[in-house]
Design a protein around this ligand. Sequence first.
Ligand SMILES: Cc1cc2nc3c(=O)[nH]c(=O)nc-3n(C[C@H](O)[C@H](O)[C@H](O)COP(=O)(O)O)c2cc1C
Length: 393
Amino acid sequence: MQRRSFLKGAGAVTVVVVGSGVWRAYDQGVFSVGEGPAYEPWKDWRKNSNAGTLALVRAAILAASPHNAQPWLFKVMNSSIELYIDTKRNVGALDPYLREEHIGMGCALENLMLAAAANGYAPTVTLVPAKLAPIPAEPKPELVAHVDLVAGNREESELYDAIPRRHTNRSTYSPQKPIPPQFVDTLSGLASDEPDVKIFLFTAEADRKKIVEISSAANTEIYSDPEVDRGSQRWIRIHWSSVQKFRDGLTIDAFGMPPIATAVSKMMPLWMLKWAASRGAMGGYSNLMLSAPLIGIIAVHDRYDREYCLRAGRIWQRAHLLATARGLAGRPCNEAVEMIDHEKALGKQARRAGLLGDVIADAAWQPTFVFYMGYPTLTARASPRRSIESVVL
Ligand SMILES: Cc1cc2nc3c(=O)[nH]c(=O)nc-3n(C[C@H](O)[C@H](O)[C@H](O)COP(=O)(O)O)c2cc1C
């Protein structure tokens, strides 16, 4: 082959390879992080200040939820809002009693309450009591809380202002940067108006190592169950088009990786991404957890009581907003409690329940939510949200 025609051929191949790479990057949203309809709710949540009670729902949907399943529905009236859990939006065997989905409902309720005060309402909440049960065969929406709204003082708080900046941060944290003791004090007092919820905080390395060991072992074991993996996979959104279509679930942008690694991961085929994730998970999870100087456990008197779940969710949302307001980051790490649900659902001997119980060393309290906090090495990215129209009944 002559040199010139070789160069021509090589040039054409390069154009095709680079072109298809650029096209794939474009198609996978590499150049559009945080953009598009799936991310609009983060930007326009305060736009329509005359939206009346609907403004409260705009804040509520920015709350945390397990696997970003957003299991909420709202019936909006002039002087009240009803919150329904949409039980079909579940993570399957990972949350067999919808305990975490109810905690997510509590997170939404907390945002809603903060927005009520900021919008000049005095809200009163009534929780609908129930004992949690296995996921119903024919899931349908269930009323979990009713919020009455009368005119009150307009009270914007640092927690309310932090709502659009709160994102789950899965990056490594800075282990050398200690958390100010004043923050730890404020955090530990955060549940003082909720006598049925208690926050246990651990900063000593020995305590944190114990919780990390329990969580890491639980993480490996629980995801080895194909049923759990199936329930979880339903909410993994790999393709940018499905992020924008479904506007829910876990996205590559929210994995906590640096920008270049995020871009490369978005362009990988699924099999390669799964392989890379499994390599990264080896030892990686323990190190991630240990990089945070604080681990917390939210506990209640009965983890299968709906009201307690909702209250615990309110406290997690509040804690995460407080951290955000003060420049810290947070991430839930719930595998140890999920293992307790798992053993119960499979009728296995409850080997796990005692492990976290030993850590908090107070038999009156049952751990229901585990998290870590610290100063992050990377800024967390927003996760998608469904439109307001799709969550209002
Ligand atoms: C009850 C509950 C359990 C959660 N468990 C975990 C967890 O174990 N690991 C994790 O990385 N994120 C966990 N999350 C965080 C959610 O994945 C996150 O809230 C959701 O993807 C939305 O993202 P955002 O919090 O950044 O808005 C949990 C959230 C809730 C409410």
